[in-house]
Design a protein around this ligand. Structure first.
Ligand SMILES: [Zn+2]
Length: 631
């Protein structure tokens, strides 16, 4: 008889290890089906010992252990994957099973696909991450030569992209001459295509280039020597479900565990990665890129129009309209970038045009109404960027006028204004409501490229779709709206967006702003990445942000009593750690969203100890490591 310990593959579980009796011995890493509270779950064996080796206490208690049913169709995950998952539990407050649940592909998790039996082999490649900073065309040139050199050594490459659009781009730009080596795992595959992909993956007679989104990035092959993370700055690498794993962190650890090299490429890799590169914790792939020269100019239009009786301010300046018209007359295509849907309107004085802004973040305030205990309405100015919430002014700071109005600046307003301003041109809208499936998205993009003199109004989502064929003119209608993104990464995100727009535009990028152009805009105009990074790194050091400190954000919601109770629980558990406790600025009195933010020196023992402590918190407290939003 054996005592088998397993980790159940259950999402969000607090159950760590379970023990069963078994007459059969199962190898560590074997998938098994186990009974838990009258249901059957998939689990992975983490330990197996003959009963005789167990302590006498267990022998006497053995009648409490369930018997593991005889297993059919045995498959085993490679030990390196378990090792990676175990290491990740030092970074994320979860269990090995919790990590495995997120890094195993859904097909493997639910048993549709049996993990191929492969022996785990540790390679001897240089595992220090290498950073490639360049335009997409140059990056793919580098990828092709990198892949060729790995293939020449009979090694396979795992090429990871954030979404399925980039997957198609990668296939087109990497496959020439190596068609027989390409294996693609796409979320849009049919079941048949998926089976074929697995077959090609398992064929180890020749080295392969595996193109995938993060879902299949942890599949293993004996000859896998290299991992490439393309568009490494993309927020899509961060998983939105517990334990909020970051695939970049996970793949870097996985590369180290397996002795593979790993390459991260983007036009603007994350500031953290650049910081590590500058300090030689990471390496530079190819030459260092301090500046990128774009053939397409970036033009800034400072809008200073005065309010009229009809409208507090116009979204399109005359200069912008002129440029759009001339592009359309030349049978060109226009892309208008609009900030995400749901961005709050700004508050503006209709007499002098003054926009109310948060003094900390310089982004426009939005107006929030709440009711106090007496049922009276209270009005607040709220900055979703800094979290600042102050009583709303009744009069203009600038001219003393009482005539304050709200003005929407989100993508819907841009689209509506576009229809009104260019009534005779086709205008397409691309955002999470019109392009919520890949099929609908493709349809809009096909329309855009089938037509000439056409306008596409779109959010960030549209950009990967425009990478292949580009556009003539790109415009950011409101830089203010674009910058009021509730994340401490806002500057990095905006800077990357500006570079990407320059990359996909053939003629010009036009940016409209209502604040004085600052360094960030100047750096984007000159393509000066080096200065941008220097400023950003300095700022993050001053503010105690990543990569200098690690954020651990706990969130919980409820009425006053409920959140107070949770808070005392946290304070009790994390006694020796100092946290900031604050409410989401948009919280209403009856349902308060509270945060407890801890920041600890990155990679410190203190941080690891803290992770161990908060592992014990109940599941209704959301725990995120380095989330992009902290207010
Ligand atoms: Zn005023």
């Amino acid at each position: 008889m054996f005592v088998i310990q397993v980790i159940p593959l259950i999402k969000d579980t607090k159950i760590n290890n379970l023990s069963y009796f078994s007459s059969t011995n199962y190898e560590i890493g074997t998938f098994v089906e186990v009974p838990i509270r009258k249901k059957t779950y998939r689990a992975i064996v983490v330990e197996s010992k003959p009963v005789s080796e167990h302590k006498s206490s267990l022998k006497t208690a053995h009648f409490t252990l369930h018997k593991l049913p005889e297993q059919k169709n045995i498959s085993v995950i490679p030990s390196c994957l378990r090792e990676t998952a175990k290491t990740l539990t030092e970074v994320y407050p979860t269990t090995t099973g919790g990590v495995l649940y997120q890094i195993l592909s859904p097909d493997v998790r639910n048993g549709d696909y049996q993990y191929p039996n492969i022996s785990s082999l540790t390679h001897k490649e240089e595992t220090t991450p290498q950073i490639l900073t360049d335009t997409i065309k140059n990056r793919y040139m580098s990828y092709r030569s990198h892949i060729r050199s790995i293939l020449a050594r009979r090694g396979s490459v795992m090429f990871v992209v954030p979404n399925s659009v980039d997957l198609d781009y990668a296939e087109k730009n990497l496959m020439t001459g190596i068609e027989d080596r390409i294996v693609k795992f796409s979320p849009n595959q049919t079941k048949r295509e998926r089976i074929k992909a697995y077959e090609a993956f398992e064929d180890t007679t020749i080295a392969k280039v595996i193109l995938t989104t993060p879902t299949h990035a942890y599949l293993d092959r004996v000859d896998l020597l290299s991992i490439i993370i393309e568009r490494s700055g993309s927020t899509l690498y961060k998983v939105r479900t517990r334990p909020y794993l970051d695939h970049r962190t996970a793949l870097i650890i996985h590369a180290k565990t397996t002795g593979r090299n790993i390459l991260l490429g983007d036009i603007l890799p994350r500031t953290e990665d650049e910081f590590f590169r500058r300090n030689e914790i990471y390496y530079t792939y190819n030459e260092e890129t301090k500046r990128i020269a774009f053939p397409t100019p970036l033009t800034i239009i400072e809008q200073q129009d005065k309010p009229t009786t009809e409208t507090p301010f116009s979204l399109f300046s005359n200069e912008l309209k002129k440029r759009v018209n001339s592009t359309l007359e030349g049978r060109g295509r226009v892309f208008m970038y609009g900030a995400r849907r749901g961005i709050s309107p700004v508050v503006i004085c209709i007499d002098c045009g003054f926009i109310f802004r948060c003094p900390d973040s310089h982004t426009p305030y939005s107006l929030l109404k709440t009711h106090n205990k007496a049922g009276e309405e209270e009005r607040w100015f709220v900055s979703s960027t800094s979290g600042r919430r102050v009583r709303a002014s009744d009069i203009c700071d600038q001219c003393g006028s009482w005539r304050l109005r709200q003005r929407g600046i989100g993508i819907q307003q841009v689209y509506d204004e576009c229809l009104a301003t260019f009534p005779n041109q086709p205008v397409l809208l691309f955002d999470n409501t019109t392009a919520d499936t890949r099929k609908k998205a493709e349809k809009i993009i096909t329309d855009f490229y089938e037509k000439r003199n056409v306008i596409l109004v779109g959010t960030q989502m549209a950009i990967p779709y425009l990478t292949k064929n580009g556009t003539d003119l790109s415009t950011i209608i409101s830089l203010d709206a674009t910058r009021s993104n509730p994340t401490w990464r806002a500057d990095e995100d905006v800077f990357r967006l500006l570079l990407e727009l320059r990359e996909i535009s053939n003629k010009e990028v036009v940016v409209q702003t209502r604040s004085k152009p600052d360094d960030l805009l100047n750096y984007a105009t000159t393509g000066n990445l080096d200065n941008f990074y220097s400023d950003e790194i300095m700022l993050r050091e001053q503010l105690g942000y990543p990569p200098f400190f690690t954020f651990i954000l706990l969130s919980y919601a409820g009425n006053k009593n409920a959140v107070e109770e949770v808070e005392s629980q946290i304070k009790n558990l994390a006694k020796s750690y100092e946290g900031n406790y604050y409410s989401n600025p948009f919280s209403q009195n009856d349902k308060i969203l509270r945060y407890a933010l801890f920041r600890l020196p990155a990679n410190s023992k203190k941080l690891r100890d803290f992770i161990d402590i908060i592992r014990l918190l109940p599941p209704y407290i959301k725990i995120e490591i380095d989330p992009s939003r902290i207010v």
